[in-house]
Ligand binder design. Structure first.
Ligand code: MRU
Length: 369
């Protein structure tokens, strides 16, 4: 997508031919800083401190992390150590495990002398595929959005979509998942307005989704996380679309903390609740998302403090709780499949169920059992 007229991806090869460049998302929306990852440690650090985040981008960065590791040392021991280091960065998004095992399958059977070239080629492939997948997700979602829009009474001015967290191009290599649907509906002429959940504690909605939508010229309002239920009760939300970090085989979807509450409110108010995901976000081995998906717990400082721009333009973090308070920071929750109207994937739209998913990915019928 474009930033001030220049097309960007969220990760791309540095011109030195071996490093990878990223947009440091911890600095957005106030500063647009490009950071170069030049080692396995750089890649692991970028994922854990969330310079890069979002399930597909975590996978893509891990792929580059292994390529950087091979640039450092092509031995089997180092390959194994690098996989372990990257796997330990964040536990919930399954794209991390998916990208690493895809890379490892190729690298483990390649002679040491070929590993560097193969690792970079595979990292590039994973990124290019992600872009194509996310574009296709938006194309399939467009049909559903168009149908819902056409059901609105004549004279309706806007079609209101609520989204949570950031499932935009910054969370993927390009396009995004939930926002790919929104971009393509807007580009198709549907008068989209987006309710953007701020998404405490890290405010990915307020900081990143709002920045993306503003850059694309899409009307939006940032709302506090608890406003969605009220808006739905009063007919001001036509549809909810979120992303997901891991979708279980049974259609349960894990996403940023607070998504479950939005799904409950949507269910209670008959608001369609859709989740957009690329195939690599499906964990075919996970039969029960609610009870099985590991939920990341992050530093409580993310809850006790907020970071923002002061009146003098400084970026500062301030404490909002009493000194010494105890805080818990659960980063994700799982929405049971029964609350999900449907899934937008690169292969089409399906029910949130094992049958629905297998209808689109029949080759996975025997996997993970
Ligand atoms: O903690 P984050 O910012 O990595 O969480 C991101 C999300 O929850 C996104 O909604 C999810 O990764 C889907 S992005 C296409």
């Amino acid at each position: 997508m474009k930033v001030n007229g220049t097309p960007y991806r969220s990760i791309w090869p540095n011109k030195n031919g071996w490093s990878a460049d990223i947009i440091d998302q911890t600095r957005l929306p106030h500063e647009f800083i490009i950071k170069t990852l030049s080692s396995l440690q750089d890649a692991a650090e970028a994922i854990s401190v969330m310079r890069v985040r979002g399930a597909p981008l975590i996978g893509a960065t891990a792929a580059y992390g292994l390529a950087l590791a091979m640039h450092e040392d092509t031995t089997d021991e180092y390959l194994e150590r690098a996989v372990k280091t990257l796997l330990a960065t964040r536990p919930t998004a399954v794209n991390l495990r998916w990208a690493l095992s895809r890379m490892q399958q190729v690298l483990s059977v390649s002679p040491a002398g070929e590993r560097v070239t193969k690792a970079y080629a595979m990292a590039t492939k994973i990124c290019d595929e992600d872009v194509a997948i996310n574009h296709a997700i938006g194309q399939h979602a467009l049909g559903v959005i168009r149908d819902l829009w056409q059901q609105k009474p004549a004279g309706t001015e806007s079609f209101h979509i609520l989204t949570h967290c950031n499932a935009g191009w910054l969370a993927t290599v390009d396009w995004g998942t939930a926002l790919s649907a929104i971009y393509q509906a807007y580009d198709d002429g549907i008068p989209i307005h987006v309710w953007v959940d701020e998404t405490r504690p890290r405010n990915q909605g307020a900081a990143l989704t709002a920045w993306e939508l503003q850059s694309h010229g899409i009307e939006h309002d940032v709302i506090v996380d608890n406003a969605g239920g009220h808006l739905m009760q009063h007919g001001q939300v036509d549809m909810v679309i979120t992303g997901t970090d891991r979708t279980a085989r049974n259609g349960d979807v894990c996403n940023k903390i607070g998504t479950y509450l939005k799904a409950l409110a949507a269910f209670d108010n008959d608001v369609p609740f859709y989740v957009a995901l690329p195939g690599p976000t499906i964990d075919w081995q996970m039969r029960d998302g609610v009870n099985g998906i590991p939920i990341e717990k992050r530093d409580s400082v993310e809850v006790t403090h907020v970071t923002g721009k002061t009146a003098t333009g400084q970026i500062e973090s301030v404490q909002i709780t009493p000194d010494g308070v105890s805080a818990s920071n659960y980063a994700f929750d799982v929405t049971p499949a029964r609350l999900v109207t449907g899934l937008f994937t690169e292969r089409g739209v399906c029910d949130a169920s094992e049958d629905g998913l297998l209808g689109l990915y029949p080759e996975q019928a025997g996997s993970g059992l």
